[in-house]
Design a binder for this molecule. Sequence first.
Ligand SMILES: Nc1ncnc2c1ncn2[C@@H]1O[C@H](COP(=O)(O)OP(=O)(O)OP(=O)(O)O)[C@@H](O)[C@H]1O
Ligand SMILES: [Mg+2]
Length: 255
Amino acid sequence: MTAPSFRWTESGESHLVTEESPIPEETPPLVETRGLTKVYSLGKVDVTALKNIDFSLSEGGFLGITGASGSGKSTLLNCLGALDKPSSGQIFIRGRDISGLNNEEMALYRRHSAGMIFQSFCILPAYTAKENVALPLLFSEVPKKERLARADALLDQMGLAARKEHKPNELSGGEQQRVAIARALVNNPEILLADEPTGNLDSRTSSEIVGVLSELNRRQNLTVVMVSHEEGLLREHAGEIIRLHDGEIREHIRL
Ligand SMILES: Nc1ncnc2c1ncn2[C@@H]1O[C@H](COP(=O)(O)OP(=O)(O)OP(=O)(O)O)[C@@H](O)[C@H]1O
Ligand SMILES: [Mg+2]
């Protein structure tokens, strides 16, 4: 089956808009990769970061990705989040291939469909928690009042009602990561991608943050993909785990 032609657009609630609205007969998985391969060319040397990755993930799933340093975890997540492009193979999101998107379409996909969080939080030091969360909406047509209202509600949901006007250096690591999660959710993404979100946190705070992701997954049916080298942490919450080794799937564990 060939994927229907499509584009991401700026407007509308629906994140994916088809050119001619061809709706697949069966509901496809939220994510499916086929032969996903990523080769970085460094002058004369090629580094194969991902090799023939095939997996699918249903809507509402929680996939953990683990493996040793350099095994390709971040590369895979970055491809799923359209921060990077595969060298070959395909990534289907709801049956539509995102591997061939141009840069503008990739940016729209990142903005509307994929929320991302990282080990280093990546929130802006000069802005308050609320401003950080509302920031991705600046590029949308959402009026300022609603931008701030959405940020307010998400910070409440993250248990940060009393921290909204704080700047990142006035927040703990766990609180900063909660701000980052709220920011990742502000555009109602279809999938939340987390790259070592607990890498800079102590074990108690790590459990709390994974607990937040797990709750979003269970209560709101948000599809989550989380990279962590701590397999034990993933086993507590994920429905399935992919273990990478040298860019290949070594094991796909269903829990
Ligand atoms: N931009 C790049 N240019 C060249 N090589 C890269 C680039 N990004 C990653 N690589 C290489 O691809 C391989 C996979 O890297 P990746 O960052 O995906 O690993 P990882 O599993 O996330 O590791 P870690 O646990 O240390 O974060 C590594 O060999 C790395 O050196
Ligand atoms: Mg990494």
